[in-house]
Design a protein around this ligand. Sequence first.
Ligand code: SAM
Length: 294
Amino acid sequence: MTQTLPFSFPRYLAAKKSVDDRALNRLVWQRLADEVAAQTSGGQPLDVLEIGAGIGTMAERVVAWGLLEQARYTALDNEAENVAAIRARLGTGRGAGLDLAVEQADVFDFARRPHNQARYDLLIAHAVLDLFDVPAALPRLLRMVKPDGLCYFTINFDGATIFEPVIDAGLDAQIEALYHRSMDERITDGQPSGDSRTGRHLFHLLPAAGVEILAAGSSDWVVFGSAGVYPQDEAYFLHCILHFIESTLRGHPELDPEIFSDWLSTRRQQIGSGELVYIAHQTDFVGRICQNDD
Ligand SMILES: C[S@@+](CC[C@H](N)C(=O)[O-])C[C@H]1O[C@@H](n2cnc3c(N)ncnc32)[C@H](O)[C@@H]1O
């Protein structure tokens, strides 16, 4: 399978689920579970907000992995097709094992609404923060969390994209560097929106925003084939990663188009033969909000 598959963002997120399941840092998850258990020991339901919820895979996971039994869970995303996919996968109301509400909104508009101030016990952002200008975004997002509430920020990209086998060490490194630079220089709606080293920067950005880090650890994506076969829909996931790199770097003045095209074809052939290994370095955090006085 060397051809480019038609790209679908909901299918990409569905294919990413099994990759995330392996990647999520279990010590960080366990610390979150302990904190949630302490907060719900009186039997009161938690108010949980997940921002950039995509198609709802984290909401499915918190039920499947036994994190939340009694919770009012709001899954928010700004894209209509994602919100429709959440409703299709999970339904709303009590069907998902959570008291689920699905909201289509820009998170920063949502955060400005007066009734959302200090409303939530737990804020989740999974594979999301590295899309934002984090120093500016954090205070706006954390305002929605109650004092002493929790945040769970996971799959924060942190500056390493690795493909094996090596095609050409210099070219591989150049493509990685240009791809990361594009994240650092990305502008959305006139604002900086991305940081290829979000993972490590959160170690100082979270305390600066009034968050005590309770646990942190790596959550690298590691995708490989076993006997030439990738699990579940992970070959599609790998095609999507190449699609992101191709659409970001196509026409880049520092990259010879023919050499780049050959590099992509070789990588796609390696997916077809089950040979391609892909690793992305990322970090997870659980924290407690100490102050809301930005
Ligand atoms: C990389 S995806 C991750 C989705 C999901 N958390 C997952 O891992 O499957 C980032 C998500 O954030 C959403 N998003 C990006 N900017 C947003 C904004 N300003 N407000 C709300 N959602 C946003 C996108 O629509 C997308 O679904």
